[in-house]
Write a new protein. Structure first.
Length: 202
């Protein structure tokens, strides 16, 4: 005898959007830094901004800090960020903060602002799934090691240096190539980002 079970997985039709056009160069540009209040996010962004000014000719960085990691950035803050040439958005390293970090990144990309959205390696798969659900499967997610919160300041600065090549490529690379590279990038390699200590036998 066979039977059928009702699948709890819903379906949702979402219009697919392209990522924003990228910059030709960072030289002389204004970069927005979106701090979602997660511990060390501000320090990571500050260090990244300083590197971009020193090594890549960025003319100005403007820092904005949300009241909380969730919900999304308020409209006035998004308007201010949209006035920048590009944005670095940090960071997602838990379920809800990753969801809203991706939400902010997708919102800015849909407004035409190239955005480097940062997630820790333990949450890039969730981040990409969220981007797909929001209609931007090619969202470029910059990956940093997990955890980000409970580490020393000097390690945060090291990680800023470690991610800067990704950030530069995400903000200035070919949009078509970036979409090709990042669509399903982490989902397709999800086993590489699974941590055995995050699971238990049932």
């Amino acid at each position: 005898m066979t039977g059928r079970l009702l699948s709890p997985i819903g379906t949702n039709s979402v219009e697919r959007h392209p990522i924003a056009p990228r910059l030709d160069t960072l030289n002389g540009k204004r970069i927005g830094l979106l701090d979602n209040t997660k511990k060390n996010a501000g320090l990571l962004l500050k260090a990244a901004g300083e590197i971009l000014q020193r090594d890549h000719g960025v003319a100005e960085v403007r820092a904005y800090r949300k009241i909380s990691s969730s919900p999304g950035a308020p409209a006035a803050m998004l308007d201010a960020l949209a006035a920048c040439d590009a944005v670095i958005n940090a960071y997602g390293d838990c379920g809800s903060c990753t969801s809203w970090c991706i939400h902010d990144g997708v919102t800015l990309e849909k407004r035409g602002v190239p955005t480097a959205t940062i997630n820790s390696d333990a949450f890039v798969v969730l981040g990409q799934q969220e981007a797909i659900a929001l209609g931007l499967p090619g969202l470029p997610i910059v990956m940093v090691p997990h955890p980000m919160g409970d580490i020393a300041a000097e390690i945060v600065v090291e990680r800023a240096h470690g991610m800067i090549e990704q950030v530069v490529r995400v903000l200035t690379g070919s949009a078509a190539q970036l979409e090709s590279d990042y669509t399903d990038r982490y989902i397709g390699e999800s086993n590489n980002f699974a941590r055995s200590n995050m699971f238990c036998e049932i």
